[in-house]
Design a protein around this ligand. Structure first.
Ligand SMILES: [Zn+2]
Length: 178
C-alpha cells in the first residue's frame, strides 16, 4: 500500500459507502492506512489516497513532542458525515500527502460534529475544533473526490498546480510540505 499522488484520477472519484458486512474485511486495510499515514508523517489519510474508493479515513492529530517517539492514537472513521458546523470559518495553510511539496491556504469551518462508524461497526460522534476540525474536513473531501486544488479559484489553482509540478520535478515526496 502506497500513497497515490495527484493528478491520479482515483483522487477525483466519489467513494462508495462501506456496507456493515464489509467492515470485518476492511479492518486490516484501515490499519495499513494508519501505518502509511505514520510512515509519511501525515495527520490524516483517506482510502482513495491509497487507491481504495471506499468511505474510510484515519486521522491522528495528537501533537508531536520533540525528542519523543511519535504518539500513535489513530481514529478510524467509516462512512463519516459532518452533521453540524458552526463557529465561523478560518483560513489556514494545509498540506496533503497526495500533493507533496506545496501548501495551500484553504477556508474551513472552525467547529464541526462528525458521525461515523468505528472498526466494529459501532456508531460514534466526534466534536472537533481548530486543526482537528480542519484535518477531518480535508479527509472527508477526499471521499467526494475533492482535493486541495478544487478549493481554489481558477487562477490560484493554476498557480498551485504549477508550484506542485515544480515541487515534483524537484523530487518532492509524500510528507513534504512547501
Ligand atoms: Zn489530502
Amino acid at each position: 500500500m502506497r500513497v497515490v499522488l495527484s493528478p491520479d484520477p482515483v483522487l477525483r472519484e466519489k467513494c462508495e459507502p462501506v456496507e456493515l458486512t464489509e467492515i470485518p474485511k476492511l479492518r486490516s486495510t484501515a490499519r495499513q492506512m494508519a501505518k502509511v499515514m505514520y510512515k509519511n508523517r501525515g495527520c490524516g489519510l483517506a482510502a482513495p489516497q491509497v487507491g481504495i474508493t471506499k468511505r474510510i479515513i484515519v486521522v491522528d492529530c495528537t501533537p508531536e513532542v520533540e525528542g519523543e517517539p511519535l504518539p500513535q492514537n489513530p481514529s478510524f472513521y467509516i462512512n463519516p458525515v459532518i452533521t453540524r458546523a458552526w463557529g465561523g470559518e478560518s483560513e489556514s495553510e494545509e498540506g496533503c500527502l497526495s500533493i507533496p511539496g506545496i501548501s495551500v491556504v484553504i477556508k474551513r469551518h472552525n467547529n464541526i460534529v462528525v458521525e461515523a462508524l468505528d472498526l466494529d461497526g459501532q456508531p460514534f460522534t466526534v466534536e472537533a475544533e481548530g486543526f482537528h476540525a480542519r484535518a477531518l474536513q480535508h479527509e472527508l473531501d477526499h471521499l467526494d473526490g475533492k482535493t486541495m486544488f478544487e478549493h481554489l479559484d481558477p487562477i490560484d489553482r493554476i498557480n498551485a498546480f504549477k508550484a506542485y509540478e515544480q515541487a515534483l520535478a524537484e523530487g518532492a515526496k509524500p510528507g513534504d510540505v512547501g
